[in-house]
Design a protein around this ligand. Structure first.
Ligand SMILES: Cc1cc2nc3c(=O)[nH]c(=O)nc-3n(C[C@H](O)[C@H](O)[C@H](O)COP(=O)(O)OP(=O)(O)OC[C@H]3O[C@@H](n4cnc5c(N)ncnc54)[C@H](O)[C@@H]3O)c2cc1C
Length: 176
């Protein structure tokens, strides 16, 4: 996780991206962020003031980012201090509710694979998995639709209608 965070930060701070991005900073879902996300009169006023100030220009924006919005250390100081980086990652990184790939699909000779291409658990008779856990790689998208696609595909195979989504199969059955 630390390596992934470091690689992302390096990409933001160097080369072509650095020319496009002003002042990248490490964010975290802190208590203050959670409280400002609750819609009420106070947060509406505060976020409108902050939005207006952020639009005034780079100087005010940098000051706000560094001293008000970012509650943690600056990115550069994290990158220069392994212990600070480790503390930050342990305290701030969350899964964002999209866990996947914990039971990944792969070839039978892949030591990391749990299920085969049909969702059957390798080495176990009569046990299948059809959910986000069998995704072979973390998808670069939200997980709900890919999970539905996994379920449709495996349901179709179970129904013997490979290639036809299960919902279509049910619709055909109703028409028939
Ligand atoms: C708060 C939140 C917001 C999200 N927002 C989005 C979004 O905006 N867009 C998006 O694409 N994805 C979103 N996701 C992710 C998406 O919901 C999941 O990726 C998807 O639901 C995964 O499907 P799944 O079938 O793998 O697992 P789940 O949907 O978690 O289904 C697992 C099911 O198994 C049941 N279960 C667990 N243990 C047992 C047991 N022992 N016996 C019987 N049943 C059991 C559970 O009750 C549950 O119904 C969000 C997730 C969360 C938590």
């Amino acid at each position: 996780m630390i390596d992934a965070f470091r690689a992302s930060a390096e990409a933001l701070m160097h080369g072509a991206l650095a020319k496009l991005i002003d002042n990248p900073f490490p964010s975290a879902f802190t208590e203050r962020v959670a409280s400002i996300s609750v819609p009420n009169l106070r947060t509406t006023v505060l976020t409108n003031i902050a939005a207006s100030l952020l639009d005034t220009g780079i100087t005010v924006r940098t000051l706000l980012m560094n001293h008000v919005i970012n509650e943690g250390p600056a990115l550069a100081s994290l990158m220069a201090d392994d212990q600070a980086m480790s503390d930050y990652v342990a305290g701030a990184v969350v899964s964002l509710w999209h866990p996947s790939c914990t039971c990944r699909m792969g070839r039978e000779n892949d030591p990391d694979a749990v299920v085969d291409r049909h969702g059957r658990v390798i080495g176990v008779e009569g046990l299948m998995v059809a959910d986000a856990s069998i995704m072979p790689n973390v998808p670069t998208t939200n997980t709900n639709l890919p999970t539905l696609m996994v379920a449709e595909r495996i349901a179709s195979e179970l129904l013997g209608t490979t290639g036809t989504p299960a919902t279509q199969h049910r619709a055909d059955a109703r028409v028939g």
